[in-house]
Write a protein that binds this ligand. Structure first.
Ligand SMILES: *Cc1c(COP(=O)(O)O)cnc(C)c1O
Length: 356
């Protein structure tokens, strides 16, 4: 028998989430974001269920080529643009759309030989200060792009730093509005949080990622609990051993947990080398036999220990859900001081992924 840890992907949940996001997005077209191997779910496992998307957005040329090889013929957007002029050969060959955030990229396109004009997402820095033309250079960039025959359609792109927080999108939206009033370009602005919570950002295209996978853009499950979004990944394993602790007995590396009284614990075949967060403290939620309990002691590379007090029927072979439909990844991430984004996208290559 193979080691029991595995990740089940639900195509039904993906289709459901995409349909729900389409309702929220109104007239806007949808780039389904599948960067980081579809947030850890596997591009191969998700793309068919997301085929009614208007396009797929990702970062890596290899992932874009993979999508083409799988049979996707629709639009593909490179969210970070390209990294050197030679990348334009592949962008042209595979008919990709690219973000452009710097003048050197405009110059590279103008110097390239292409079979057909490349559609370009001109990115403006609206306050996040990662990528994008400075607001005062946007018009110069747009003039240059418009005068470049190798560039086809031009769409304005920006990204929000705080669409999931109280600060919201008012400041960047005001800036974008003032900059683009004269340009009449289609816009693509919204990530998941803006798609859900700021309809004024929807414009022509939206770029949802995390919500397609049924996790919260804010990191708090309760923020999306009433939307109907469904978790797509279920990470499961089994109890492979049971220990009966006496009062004061310690568990795991460093003995950081000690039993307050006699206690049964289960050892689960899943550790940080599978993508379970090593920093998760005792008490981080986990389901055994469908019953919610908590982990005890330090997460090891290949194992965690769980308290079996609330599940007296549990034994070797009992099913364990680390996260999934019955235990939101956001709750596990919150306990570990991180986000569902990180846990999902850090699923380790050694975990078999199966489509449910
Ligand atoms: C990752 C990413 C998105 C999607 O973000 P979510 O918060 O997962 O919806 C959208 N736009 C850009 C530029 C991104 O890098």
């Amino acid at each position: 028998m193979p080691r029991p840890v595995r990740a089940e992907i639900s195509p039904a949940a993906l289709r459901h989430n995409l349909a729900l996001i389409r309702q929220k997005a109104g007239q806007a077209k949808i780039w389904s974001v599948v960067k980081a191997n579809a947030y850890g779910h596997g591009i191969d496992h998700v793309w068919r269920a997301l085929q009614s998307s208007d396009g797929f957005a990702l970062l890596d040329l290899n992932e874009a080529i993979r999508l083409r090889e799988l049979g996707w013929t629709g639009p593909i957007l490179l969210l970070e643009g390209f990294f050197e002029p030679d990348d334009l050969l592949l962008i042209d060959r595979y008919q990709l759309t690219t973000a452009v955030h710097s003048f050197w990229q405009l110059a590279a396109i103008a110097a390239a030989r292409v079979q057909r004009p490349i559609p370009v997402y001109l990115k403006v820095n609206s306050g996040m200060n990662r990528l994008g033309f400075a607001p005062e250079r946007l018009h110069a960039a747009w003039r240059e792009a418009s005068a470049t025959p190798q560039i086809g359609e031009i769409i304005l792109m920006s990204h929000f730093a705080s669409a999931d927080e109280d600060a919201g999108v008012a400041e960047p939206m005001a800036l974008i509005g003032s900059l683009t009033a004269a340009l009449r370009l289609p816009h693509c602005l919204a990530n998941s949080a803006a798609t859900l919570w700021h309809p004024q950002t929807h414009a022509d295209w939206v770029r949802p990622g995390i919500v397609l996978y049924g996790a919260s853009p804010s990191g708090r499950w309760q923020d999306i609990a009433d939307t109907g979004l469904m978790p797509v990944m279920r990470l499961t394993s089994q109890i492979i051993a049971v220990q009966h602790l006496q009062t004061g007995a310690r568990v795991g590396y460093g003995g950081r947990f000690s039993a307050a009284g006699p206690q049964r614990i289960g050892i689960v075949a899943c550790g940080y080398a599978d993508g379970y967060p090593r920093q998760a403290p005792s008490g981080t939620p986990v389901l055994v036999n469908g019953v919610r309990t908590g982990i005890v002691g330090t997460v090891s590379m290949d194992m965690i220990a769980v308290d079996l007090t609330p599940c007296p029927d549990a034994q070797v072979g009992s099913p364990v859900e680390l996260w999934g439909p019955a235990l939101p990844v956001d709750d596990v991430a919150h306990a570990a001081g991180t986000l569902g984004y990180e846990l999902l996208s850090a699923l380790a290559p050694r975990v078999p992924v199966v489509t449910g």
